[in-house]
Design a protein around this ligand. Sequence first.
Ligand code: PMP
Length: 405
Amino acid sequence: MSFDALALRREFPLFAAVPAPFHYLDSAATSQIHGAALDALVRHESTRRANVARGTYRLAEAATAAYEEARAAAARFLNAADAGEIVFTSGATAALNLVAGAFGATLQAGDEVIVSLAEHHSNLVPWQLLRDRTGVVLRFLPLAADGRIATEALPAMLTPRSRLIALTHCSNVTGALTDVPAVVAAARAVGARVLLDGAQRVQHGPVDVQALGVDFYAFSGHKCYGPGGVGVLWGRGEALAALPPVVAGGGMVGEVTPERTDFAPPPQRFEAGTPPIAAAVGLGAALDWMAGLPWPAIHAHERALLDRLLRGLAGLPGLRLLGPADAAARHPIVSFDLAGLHPHDVCQVLDRHGVALRGGNLCAQPLMRHFDVAGANRASIAPYTTAEDVDALLAGLADAIRVLT
Ligand code: PMP
């Protein structure tokens, strides 16, 4: 199956706007926005702009319908049982904090939340805050030497007090995919819920939350070809219904008196205030566009580029790969350490080659510590990435090693 990445690239306005040479290898931080998502956002702001779920005039009804259609698109993308299971947030971070706040409010001191040492700070620090506020116990799943989450250690860690297992679906450092069936099986044995941080998974195709069997799923629009400022928390219907609100304001209430308030059912219970309406509409368009892509061919394309990159990196002096050395059970995110070189210096040399590369602690300091480095460089591959991008990276890295050592 062949896939034309160059043709796809032309559907992304940014690539026409930035002068060559330009090799964007930082889609794990933010993917580029697809033209359909941008058009939907602009069309909404220029033809249907009004607040949602409030006005009774036609413009407001059109805005509400577009916003609810975006919710339906997110439900289709995740194969959620019902659009009411989709909560729009400002991003994955807000979605994860929402679960920490709302699910956390149902926990007692001594109840246990399990995370791993490979989490992005967004799925670690909210749980530390919860622990410090409530006495919930935070436990850490260990990692294999290559950074994979050692899910085989989970059954022995779980106790009758284990309430939630919160893990990344795909590591933002190594690209490794978590063994979700193993996690769900272990969680079910003790009645714990499972939250997946899907921030890095969603740009590689639709997800089936029902097949995964998890309870909560979080992701950001700006990492899956949609606008920034919007994200999704999916929660299984009965799991969401059991949670109290954490942020209060307009739109999430039933009857309000000076003394007390009835709360609306989900998802409105968790969407206080005016939501990111146009961004949600743009995200809905991005998700619908993604749903129509030839994913098996795209995955073959990404796999070929990943192999090309791993082969090229293996030939560079002083380069240590952080993460699995093969292309199996991972998405195309590759982090590495260059002996004696600061990741930011490497990025600066690469920028002279027109290569946009990430460097730093990658918001995953415990994982950096596991690898015994302060920071790393990271290249991430998306459907619009080409072999020329990978080759420019490899040439730029060879140059960086030459000029910086
Ligand atoms: N989790 C993971 C695995 C991520 O990679 C990121 C973004 N780098 C986040 C959560 C947070 O996403 P956002 O900044 O869009 O809220």
